[in-house]
Design a binder for this molecule. Structure first.
Ligand SMILES: Nc1ncnc2c1ncn2[C@@H]1O[C@H](COP(=O)(O)OP(=O)(O)OP(=O)(O)O)[C@@H](O)[C@H]1O
Ligand SMILES: [Mg+2]
Length: 316
């Protein structure tokens, strides 16, 4: 599977505060990549960097061979107009203009890009399973689940090749959550898109992601095929995450010693492993940043003391 999106050694710095450091990952054409990490770990920043909304200070973002980080001025505007990459905001209420109808909202991107609307609104609404009769309503007069779908429809209307969905289900109840997750999985075939789904909830991603990338404190700690990573986590933080998602299939028990819960917000990237201060297995070696190294089967882990397989009830 060729990489449609490739992020290489990405740094993002807000007002001298580094919030992403050395992040590298890829999303292959037609796959669903899940990005997981707790609040403040940099998930939204990563997605915003891909669409040019975060200050990239180092590294590269390539999309279908185009170096997006190299685009400036007119070239950047022209690229945006193509609508090939769409970012679906984390908060539907804030992202939708309360005065506009669903139809206007869904056609917005096309109108801004000066592209014909035609029957694209009806098509996009049907793709996300929304009744066309809702087209005349405003966001205040539809449900939360419907608002989430309107956001998706607005993005899909642009016929993007890549859809970045930021916490698409976190505000939804269980039944709506499952519908929207299924929808994202279906859009890959019905609308021919590659999907990046961001979530702090691993159970939501487990059922649909082909691959997952785990962020902690602004750094990528583990990356690989979803089933492999979740069933056999190699990084102690991934192990902690999977242990708190009981529905996720596991091949081996998580060592009890890995389950000490980290407290507070994750740190910003510094000189050492971001997880070291909370990691039960940290040693002096963890004062330096572990390189992201490929371990097996397309898995990559950034840890000085990764779990070996199978995970046993012992200190690695
Ligand atoms: N515009 C900004 N200016 C300064 N700092 C920012 C800005 N946006 C985000 N940050 C900081 O960057 C870090 C990562 O934030 P980000 O929003 O990417 O986290 P997240 O993983 O999406 O969290 P959540 O799960 O809560 O949405 C946080 O420490 C945050 O305070
Ligand atoms: Mg976020």
């Amino acid at each position: 599977m060729s990489a449609l999106l490739s992020v290489e050694d990405l740094d993002v710095t807000y007002r001298r505060q580094r919030v992403l450091a050395g992040v590298s990952l890829t999303a292959g054409t037609g796959e669903i990549l899940g990005i997981i990490g707790e609040t403040g770990s940099g998930k939204t920043t990563l997605a915003r960097a891909v669409v040019g909304l975060a200050p990239v200070t180092a590294g590269r973002i390539r999309f279908a061979g185009t170096d997006l980080t190299g685009l400036r001025g007119r070239a950047l505007r022209d690229w945006r107009r193509t609508g090939q990459v769409q970012y679906v905001f984390q908060d539907p209420l804030r992202a939708l203009d309360p005065q506009h109808t669903v139809a206007t909202i869904v056609a917005e991107g096309l109108a801004v890009a000066g592209r014909p609307v035609g029957d694209r609104v009806e098509w996009a609404l049907s793709q996300v399973g929304l009744d066309p009769a809702l087209a005349g309503r405003t966001p205040g007069r539809i449900s939360g689940g419907q608002r989430q779908r309107v956001l998706l429809a607005r993005a899909i209307a642009m016929r993007p090749r890549l859809l970045l969905c930021d916490e698409p289900v976190s505000a939804l109840d269980a039944s709506n959550r499952n519908h929207v997750l299924r929808l994202l999985a279906d859009l890959r075939t019905t609308a021919d898109v590659t999907v990046v789904v961001i979530s702090h909830d691993l159970s939501s991603l487990a059922g649909i992601a082909d691959r997952v990338a785990v962020l902690y404190g602004g750094r990528l700690v583990e990356h690989g095929p979803a089933e492999e990573v979740l069933a056999n986590p190699r990084h102690p933080y991934t192990a902690l995450l999977t242990a708190s998602a009981p529905s996720v299939r596991r091949d081996h028990p998580i060592p009890a010693s890995a389950l000490r819960r980290p407290a507070g917000a994750p740190p910003v990237p510094g000189d050492g492993c971001p997880y070291a201060s909370r990691c039960p297995f940290a040693t002096g070696a963890c004062a330096t940043v572990p390189a992201l190294s490929t371990v097996d089967g397309g898995r990559a882990v950034a840890c000085h003391h990764p779990f070996s397989l199978p995970v046993k009830e012992t200190t690695p």
